[in-house]
Design a protein around this ligand. Structure first.
Ligand SMILES: *Cc1c(COP(=O)(O)O)cnc(C)c1O
Length: 486
């Protein structure tokens, strides 16, 4: 194992007899808790590292510093909305009066927690322009699956079983076709025009009585606002299908426009992107699903409702979906989202969306003389460059992304969307200062100049990180996740 690269393991720091904390003697008489029957006791002591407290603290603190997070630097990862997560939300979510509740506690004993839940449902209905929301799904992709199951149940309830296809634009996030496939649908792809928006004529030609739903993202995955939604909604509804809104990109729309008003029937929101739950590395998240009036009955169980006397209850209906998650979903994520919404208020949320858009346009305009902008703006919350304008340097998008690490910036999303060969997708979010944006622009310009003058510096980057060029394919196919294999 290469210590330079991977650091020291806590087991290697172990020295016999060292401890961080000793329990009072009488509880551990002779080192053995005599209340455990002999037959159930381990024969040999567990092989645990024996380490003093400062060494443990330094080990984990230093390990955590090897990671990059929104709390350590600018994180312009397109499509992921890595905004700063206010720490007050963490404190509120960790409040033990709610965080320690048992999920099976009877409704009458957890009225406050149910009120929080119901209030968030109502807030999301207001933000999305929907009639009802379920907060049960655990992630965006889980929300998509739930929403498609709602659509499936709706068609079923009408005896309409011929609808076996879901239409997805070629610019969509990969989870869209994946969710539709998991739900048992065949995927039909619809093309994008040169300006990155959906080709409405191509869409029309694919609409018929075998289509269950059309999934749209607006602003779409290239950060462009789809202007033809009313026309698309009309055509989709005329064909008897429903229109699904992938709301993972809701950030720029906050307080500006609502999917429900545009004609969408079902939507999901990524609370861990737009509503400030820290995310990455697979969770935790929440992907609440909203539906327009007339589809409420198809939402999954359990549902939280307010009774006429003002009290709250969880209720199971005859929903064809049954349950899609344990209990009521990822409760502490929901707490953070409500805290964020309440603290910002309607005005603050509207400002967040507009600032996210302004920041993206600012960066785009200040870099488009050096980086190739295939779709001219204005953009919404994010935009895509197709690598450097000067293609003669041999410097690729991957090289630019790696070079950014040397300057303490997280790389933008690269090689996605697949519409361009050298996609470099930048989403600054609303929470960055002008100074941070300017510094990022300055570094991106410097990298473009380096590419022209000393390309090898960029190609060999990063120069400052413990690992520089891992084999991406090997890492994805055969990840080494235990230390004894290193
Ligand atoms: C992130 C994202 C998703 C998937 O969300 P997860 O919570 O990662 O499952 C879906 N669509 C778009 C546009 C996204 O950006």
């Amino acid at each position: 194992m290469n210590k330079e690269l991977y650091g020291t393991l806590i087991f290697e720091l172990s020295r016999p007899g060292r401890t961080g904390f000793s329990l009072p003697k009488k509880q551990t008489e002779g080192g053995v808790d005599t209340s455990i029957p002999a037959a159930l006791r381990r024969e040999k002591p567990l092989d645990l590292p024996e380490v003093d407290e400062p060494t443990v603290v330094r080990h984990y603190t230093n390990s955590s510093n090897n990671n990059f997070g929104v709390d350590t630097g600018f994180y312009p990862l397109g499509s992921c909305t890595m905004k700063y997560n206010p720490k007050i939300n963490e404190e509120i979510a960790a409040d033990s009066t709610v965080a320690r509740l048992h999920p099976a506690a009877p409704d009458s004993t957890v009225q406050g927690a149910l009120e929080i839940y119901w209030t968030l449902q109502r807030a999301l209905c207001e933000i999305g322009g929907m009639a009802e929301f379920t907060l049960n799904p655990f992630a965006g992709a889980h929300g998509e699956l739930t929403g498609l199951m709602v659509i499936h149940a709706y068609h079923d309830s009408r005896g309409d079983s011929a609808r076996t296809k879901v239409i997805v634009p070629d610019s969509a996030h990969g989870t869209n076709p994946a969710s539709a496939a998991v739900c048992g649908y065949k995927i039909v792809e619809v093309k994008s025009l040169a300006d990155g928006t959906v080709d409405v004529d191509d869409l029309r030609s694919k609409l018929d009585e075998t289509v269950a739903a059309v999934m749209m993202t607006n602003p779409n995955t290239v950060g462009i606002f789809e202007r033809s939604i009313p026309e698309i909604a009309e055509a989709v509804h005329a064909a008897g299908a429903l229109l699904y809104y992938d709301g993972a990109n809701l950030n720029p729309m906050l307080g500006v426009a609502r999917p429900g008003d545009m004609g969408f029937d079902v939507m999901h929101i990524n609370l861990h992107k737009t509503f400030s739950t820290p995310h990455g590395g697979g969770g935790p998240g929440a992907g609440p699903v909203g539906v327009r009036a007339g589809l409420e009955e198809f939402l999954p169980n359990p549902r939280v409702t307010r009774l006429p006397d003002g009290s709250f209850e969880t209720r199971d209906t005859d929903s064809a979906l049954g349950r899609i998650s344990m209990w009521l979903g990822n409760y502490t994520v929901l707490m953070r989202a409500l805290a964020y919404i309440k603290i910002l208020g309607a005005e603050g949320l509207g400002m967040a969306g507009k600032l996210a858009t302004l920041n993206a346009n600012y960066i785009m305009h200040r870099l488009k003389d050096l980086y190739l902008l295939p779709i001219p703006g204005p953009c919404k919350h994010e935009f895509v460059f197709d690598g450097l304008i000067d293609k003669s340097t041999g410097v690729t998008t991957l090289n630019v992304a790696k070079r950014l690490l040397d300057f303490g910036f997280h790389a933008p999303t690269i090689y996605f969307p697949l519409l361009f060969h050298e996609s470099l997708m930048i989403e600054p979010t609303e929470t960055e200062t002008p100074e941070t944006l300017d510094r990022f622009i300055e570094v991106m310009r410097q990298i473009a100049h380096e590419a022209a003058e000393q390309p090898q510096t960029v190609i060999d980057a990063p120069h400052t990180t413990p690992v520089s060029h891992p084999d991406d394919t090997e890492a994805a196919l055969h990840p080494v996740v235990t230390f004894d294999e290193l």
